[in-house]
Design a protein around this ligand. Structure first.
Ligand code: HAM
Length: 420
């Protein structure tokens, strides 16, 4: 029988890489914690209509990429393709929007999009996200961006840039949209691009083909057509970002794949990743809560791609987290020694020392090889004859240096050797 394989486009993470994966996730979460975001744990699947209404029917995410199926009760459910709609659903459902505002929440976990798999583009992707809901304040937009930036910096990343723009809001975007559509209608575009211009004219501005780029080079831009209020909002966001010491570049042609954004939107782009260069993105949204049956309150948030951030770390030669499995590796030589080492391992673990040992009755050579592979700093070698002498050998694996430690009091001796 052919062995099973993971579903197409779905990554597995195991040691030592999984330690870095977890470190990336935890570092990004920690950055959100420092700004007062509380952990939220939400379902991985929701009623399909939540995403259709929240994310937007015309987006690729909803129209082409959702994992949607009927459950056994014939309800249409969907594996979450993103986190914002679910957070908003929960906030409204539990009345958090009637408590103190803003509600600041942070989440981490898997999301599902049926995209064409390639390097850095997966069908199960992992994000760390935040949402700050209920207050429309440009300083909050800046905070969200700064939290993402601080998370990436805490990992040691430097090879990325923050791109930002304002998408306007209901007071100016409809007028701009008409203006852009009128501009595009006068161009000799192909049939498909023309259709795209009807549904989402902004996406034509982001077209990568040189001939289209040239045609839209003089197209009107949203940032030049903001209402006085949204312009002021955007200027303030930039001011607060400068106060926070966060560097950004403006990209007035930025297009996001989700429909709910208004005003500030942003993306973190890493240069070492090839085509899938977005390591995180987000923005402000005014109408989402109302759209989902709640009050007309604003929000702002981000989703940072953990998989891609890990790839970015690798591209910069950074290995986040501690990829060693243990501190001490027990090497028992003989049956009586095995009993003592097993017991000692339990004591060391209780004292907070990560401890593993050689199983399966391996000889000295095989056991020492396993010790090396484990990444442990010390091998604790015990032979049956050592027991009589009441001593064990503690060998520092990197240097080969060996010291004798008393069997009674071995835990204290190991702690001392580890500098604890
Ligand atoms: P998004 O831009 O669709 O935004 O996704 C955020 C990040 O998730 C991307 O920048 C990327 O790093 C990662 N990502 C997305 N798709 C994939 C994929 N197929 N494979 C690997 N990584 C991927 C959102 O999801 C919004 N909910 C963010 C947000 C929160 N906006 C406001 N609040």
């Amino acid at each position: 029988m052919t062995p099973f394989q993971a579903p197409k486009g779905v990554p597995d993470y195991f040691p030592p890489v999984s330690a870095s994966f977890a470190a990336v996730r935890d570092t990004l979460v920690e950055s959100a914690r420092r700004a007062g975001y509380g952990h939220v744990e939400l379902p991985v699947f929701e009623e399909t209509a939540l995403f259709a209404r929240g994310v937007g029917e015309s987006t690729d995410v909803v129209s082409k990429e959702m994992y949607t199926f009927a459950d056994r009760g014939d309800r249409s459910v969907t594996l979450r393709p993103e986190g914002t709609a679910g957070v908003m659903r929960a906030v409204v459902e539990h009345g958090l929007d009637r408590g103190s505002l803003p509600v600041k929440l942070c989440y981490a976990g898997p999301f599902f999009r049926y995209e064409r798999p390639q390097a850095g583009r997966y069908r199960q992707l992992q994000q760390v996200g935040v949402e700050a809901i209920g207050v429309d304040d440009p300083a909050l937009d800046a905070e969200v961006i700064a939290v993402a930036d601080a998370g990436f910096r805490a990992l040691g990343l430097t090879g990325y840039r923050l791109e930002m723009t304002s998408l306007g809001d209901s007071t100016c975007r409809p007028q701009y949209r008409e203006k852009l559509q009128a501009f595009l209608a006068a161009l000799p575009l192909d049939e498909e691009t023309r259709r795209r211009a009807e549904i989402n004219p902004l996406r034509v501005l982001d077209d990568k083909r040189p001939e289209v780029r040239e045609m839209v080079a003089d197209a009107p831009l949203m940032v030049d057509n903001l209402s006085p209020e949204t312009r002021e909002h955007y200027e303030q966001v930039k001011g607060y970002l400068s106060a926070l010491g966060v560097k950004y570049v403006e990209n007035p042609r930025m297009v996001r794949g989700l429909d709910y954004y208004t005003k500030t939107t942003f993306e973190f782009v890493h240069d070492g990743l090839g085509a899938q260069s977005g390591i995180g993105g987000g923005g402000h949204y005014d109408g989402l809560m109302e759209q989902l049956g709640g009050q007309p309150l604003a929000g702002v948030g981000f989703g940072l791609g953990v998989d891609r951030t890990l790839l970015a770390c690798r591209a910069e030669g950074i290995t986040p987290g501690d990829v060693t499995r243990c501190d001490v590796f027990g090497v028992p030589l003989g049956d009586a020694a095995k009993g003592r080492v097993v017991a000692l391992a339990g004591e060391l673990r209780a004292a907070g020392v990560r401890t593993d040992l050689a199983y399966g009755g391996r000889g000295l050579k095989g056991a020492m090889k396993a010790a090396d592979k484990s990444g442990a700093r010390f091998a604790l070698v015990l032979g049956d004859r050592d027991i009589e002498a009441g001593a064990a050998q503690l060998k520092e694996l990197a240097t080969g240096e060996q010291r004798q430690i008393p069997l009674d009091g071995a835990v204290a001796a190991v702690l001392e050797a580890l500098g604890r």
